[in-house]
Design a protein around this ligand. Structure first.
Ligand code: TRP
Length: 325
């Protein structure tokens, strides 16, 4: 495969914000290597977050619907497993529809600790939740949940229950998933429970459809990354000369999302030039699919014991309850 060079043609522009600097550094690094890639965390600007919310409601995108169904069906079972006056800690709390199912069922919960990078989003969420669940201490933590972080001192001595829905575990490389599970165990402490939503291996056609919806929302979500590079880093991507590709890699049990260049072209960003061959792709995200067994093995290997697993009738999705070994 030809190595496509990023030729330095001028000094990179100096962005005003540290986040913009990180974005520029990551973008340049990712578009300099072969194969090209961009970190998925940059999907989530305001437009990206809105598009993602739309993805979760698409007819083809079964994971959210299946997981909500499982959580609703087993809300009482979940509540029965949660010890009295426990703290619920959510890793990467989005728009907490799933959390509300747990909060609504487990009446004895003493605290809820949503962990998310976006402080603004967290505060807004916490405000609404305080009104709705006045008996539960809402203790948001602004942190990157993929790295070790400190829990609020207020929950010291409380039994802990981790919550990690959405099959976000599948967006990590398997070795990263292991590290994450181990770290989460250390953060949550001895005797903790961990509720993890995991998407399951299934018919390829169902998987491919879920990431190639008819309305093209997932395509928009993927392509928004280029719009963002244009707007925030002054890149000149011709967005209409790139296509959304999502394919199932059976050998690796993962959906791969790419942005494919429809022609040979040059793109400028931060004073550098990225050369694209016709058909060359930028790898933007993976979504690993597990079997109940492979997830259980991974959990055991990272210090957890599976205690319960629920699926929907079609075995599309799983909700796993683990206990720290
Ligand atoms: N974790 C979910 C999944 O892999 C949601 C998700 C993350 C997603 N990034 C995505 C869905 C990109 C569609 C496209 O399915």
């Amino acid at each position: 495969m030809a190595r496509s060079a990023l030729a330095r043609t001028a000094l990179p522009v100096e962005p005003a914000h540290p986040e913009a600097t990180a974005f520029a550094t990551d973008a340049i690094a990712g578009l300099t290597t072969t194969p090209k890639r961009l970190p998925p965390k940059y999907f989530y600007d305001v437009t990206g977050s809105e598009l993602f919310e739309r993805i979760t409601t698409l007819p083809e995108y079964y994971p959210t619907r299946c997981e909500l169904g499982i959580l609703r069906e087993h809300a009482a079972d979940i509540a029965a497993l949660i010890p009295q006056a426990a703290a619920l800690i959510e890793f990467g709390s989005g728009a907490s529809v799933k959390t509300r199912i747990v909060l609504g069922a487990a009446k004895s919960l003493a605290a809820y600790v949503p962990v998310d990078i976006s402080r603004d989003f967290l505060e807004r969420q916490a405000l609404a939740l305080r009104k709705q669940y006045p008996g539960v201490a809402m203790l948001p933590v602004a942190a990157d949940f993929s790295k070790p972080f400190d829990l609020p001192v207020t929950i010291e001595g409380m039994p802990r229950v981790g919550f990690f829905p959405g099959s976000t575990i599948g967006n990590l490389e398997p070795h990263e998933a292991c590290t994450f599970m181990r770290q989460a165990g250390e953060t949550l402490g001895a005797g903790a429970l961990f509720i993890v939503g995991v998407d399951l291996v299934k018919d390829q056609r169902v998987l491919q459809k879920a990431y190639n919806d008819k309305q093209g929302v997932t395509a928009k979500f993927n392509l928004n990354l280029l719009t963002r590079l244009n707007r925030e880093l002054g890149a000149n991507f011709n967005v209409s000369a790139f296509e959304h590709h999502a394919l199932y890699n059976r050998e690796k049990s993962r959906i791969e999302m790419h942005l494919a260049s429809t022609k040979r072209q040059k793109v400028r960003l931060c004073g550098e030039t990225a050369d694209f061959r016709a058909g060359e792709t930028i790898h933007t995200e993976n979504s690993y699919k597990y079997s109940i067994e492979s997830f259980g093995a991974m959990a055991r290997g990272s210090g957890w014991t599976p205690v319960e697993v629920w699926t929907d009738a079609d075995k599309c999705f799983s909700v796993n309850v683990l206990k720290r070994a």
